[in-house]
Every structure is written in C-alpha cells, then in structure tokens.
Ligand binder design. Structure first.
Ligand SMILES: [Zn+2]
Length: 376
C-alpha cells in the first residue's frame, strides 16, 4: 500500500466522468422497434442450428458404433489426446472464428465443439478429423464470453483443455488505456472492495456485485467483497489518495454532487472511476506497466436511472446503473474512452441505449489488463 515515502503516485489524467446524453426519443424509438424482431429471429435460428448439430452428433455416434463392431480392432482406435486453439480470443459479432487442433490416437474421429452452459456442456459445432487435424467454427452470433472445449471420438474419450472466446459488438480496435504504459492491477492478488450505499437506489448492491463479476469474468482479476463503508472517494480532493479502511483496495460509493472532488456541486456527471498507481513502471513478461495501488468509483445516486443491465429508457437519460458501473469499473482497471467513436462499447464516453454487455473493444482491453498478461 502507498505508505512508503519513496512511492509517488499520480491520479490518472483520464479518470473523467461519464455524462449521459439526453435522448431525443423520436430518433431512438424506430431502430429499437426494428431490431427486436431480428433478435428473435436469429435466436430461433440459433436454436435450430444447435438441434441440427445435436442430431449430427447422434448419427455420427451411431455410425461409429456400428462400424466399430464390423471392423473390429482397427476401428476401435480411440483418440488419446486433443488440442484446441481459437483463431481469435476476442471477436466482433458475426465474424469468423475457428477452433483448430489435432487429435492423437490414429484413425478418423468425430470432433465436437462444446460450450459451457448453466447445467453442463452443450455441443455447438461438429466436424471430424482429417489426417489427425480438425477445424471447428466458433459461434459468434451473440455477445458474451463463452468457455469452450473440444471432444474427440464418438464417445468423447479425449477432451481438450477449456479455452474462452469473447464476442462483442462494434470494432475490436475501439479500445484505449488510461496511461501509456497502461496501468493495471496485479492479477495474482485479490482486489478487496467496499461499498457505500448511502445514496443508493433500490437494487444498487446487486448491481455493484454483478458489475464486478462481469469485470472479473472479462479480465480474470479476482475481487473480494469486504463489506460496507462510509468513505466517499475524493472527499479529500481529486489528487489525494483516499484513506480507505485497512486492507481495502477499492471503494464504490453512491454519493451526491458536492460530497466528492470527483462530483462537484452542480455536476451532471453520472459517475467517475479511476485509479492511483505507481509512477514508475514495472516489467511483466517484457512489457512495462504502471501498477495500480488503489481504485475509486463514485456515482451520483440522486440521478434517476433504471437499475439493472437492460437497454434503459427510450427517452431521458440513456442506459442503466449497470452500464454506468461497468463503464466506471473499466476505468478502475485501466481502460480509457476509445479514441474513435463507437457507441456500442461500454467504454464509450456517454451512456447509450443498449444492453449492458461488453463490446469487442472493451473485451480486448479488459483481457490485456488482466490475468492473460501475467502477474507483477
Ligand atoms: Zn468514462
């Protein structure tokens, strides 16, 4: 923690607020109405495709069993090992992503790409090996980070190591970092957080925990909730490390304008997130980073936004508390607003009417700042 006098810390230059745009309902309503039926149609297509895959797997299994009996020992060759590598770990919706690998054990084998679901694994694509190798198409129809694996053989006797592929809306290059080199937390140490709900609307505690879970899933950073606090980050000023309760790395506070240097009186800012970090840099796996020491997140709880993670209102303030929290937590872990205009990113400078789901650029940045880049 920042008690050593040798340690100089600076506040991030880009820890700016998130100002919601006022909607002009006339322009927003038509696209919303037009997209809803399309989403339904693509969902039902997805279900059909999955059902077809399931049927294909079932028939492949049956054929293999029959030929196994007919051909005896030769066809009984079982795959012993399967590898799987995605062509991309983050992709835009609708883009082409393949999982490729090899199957050891001789012969030709059916292979199945499976996605982790709430209750087990669901097959999402099937193929078979050629000369011991295979290519499977990773579904990119909808946004989200999927955990995948490949099963080889009719009975799935060989299973690859799980891997993840993030799918998001917009451009994967719509990403920026708070400083250069970027600041990041040590992914090998849990980030302990406390929540101040003094000015919180109903449902705020659940929104905070769900937002933190979404950051954790996209970065691999581990967060530990230590409880509540009365601290409001920035109450002593914008450029001063806050006095947090012992062992607390991050405070998330619902406050009001005037109570924090981050939310001046008369402010229309919805929220502010950022981090204090070591001024010197540290090399991790040959790349330089600023190491984050303390994070802060303050939102103006007096603003009337809907809770949760849905698309939000058609008119008035755009977005939801979920979207605001995800955006500010993006700053807390080192992301800035993208330099290009891409309102589909959660890190876009303003809230917009959209479900609170990470965009492709968000996912690229969050992955780079997390456990994939190694520990300090
Ligand atoms: Zn922002």
């Amino acid at each position: 923690m920042p008690t050593s006098p040798r340690l100089r810390v600076v506040v991030t230059g880009a820890a700016t607020g998130l100002l919601a745009a006022l909607a002009s309902s006339g322009t927003l309503a038509p696209p919303a109405a037009a997209t809803a039926p399309r989403a339904t149609a693509s969902q039902s297509r997805a279900l059909q495709t999955d059902a077809q895959h399931a049927a294909a797997v079932a028939s492949a299994t049956a054929v293999a069993t029959r030929s196994g009996r007919a051909l005896g020992p030769r066809a009984a060759a079982r795959p012993t090992r399967v590898t799987a590598v995605p062509s991309s770990v983050v992709a835009a919706i609708g883009s082409s992503v393949a999982a490729r690998g090899s199957v050891a054990g001789g012969g030709t084998h059916p292979v199945r790409l499976q996605r982790k679901a709430v209750n087990g694994w669901a097959t999402v694509a099937t193929s078979s090996t050629r000369n011991g190798r295979y290519v499977l198409r990773v579904p990119t129809r909808s946004a989200g980070t999927q955990t995948l694996r490949v099963l080889a053989g009719a009975t799935g006797s060989a299973v690859s190591r799980p891997f993840s592929v993030g799918v998001g809306a917009g451009n994967p290059r719509s990403v920026a970092y708070l400083t250069r080199p970027a600041p990041r937390w040590d992914p090998c140490r849990p980030i302990t957080y406390r929540v101040n709900l003094a000015r919180a609307p109903r449902g705020a505690a659940a929104d905070v925990d769900r937002s933190i879970a979404k950051v954790s899933a996209a970065t691999g950073l581990r967060f530990v909730k230590a409880g509540s606090t009365t601290v409001v980050p920035g109450s002593a000023g914008r450029d001063i490390l806050d006095e947090y309760p012992r062992g607390t790395d991050l405070v998330v506070a619902y406050s009001r304008p005037g109570a924090s240097g981050y939310l001046p009186r008369g402010s229309r800012t919805l929220g502010v997130g950022g981090a204090f970090f070591e001024q010197g840099t540290t090399a991790v796996r040959g790349r330089e980073w600023h190491r984050i020491l303390q994070g802060y997140l303050v939102v103006d709880g007096t603003q009337g936004l809907p809770g949760g993670f849905g698309p939000g209102n058609v008119s008035g303030y755009q977005g939801t508390w979920g979207q605001v929290l995800m955006h500010e937590l993006g700053h807390v872990v080192g992301l800035d607003h993208p330099g290009v205009r891409d309102p589909r990113q959660i890190m876009h400078v303003e809230t917009t009417r959209k479900p609170a789901v990470w965009g492709a650029g968000d996912l690229v940045g969050l992955r780079a700042l997390g456990s994939a880049s190694g520990c300090f």
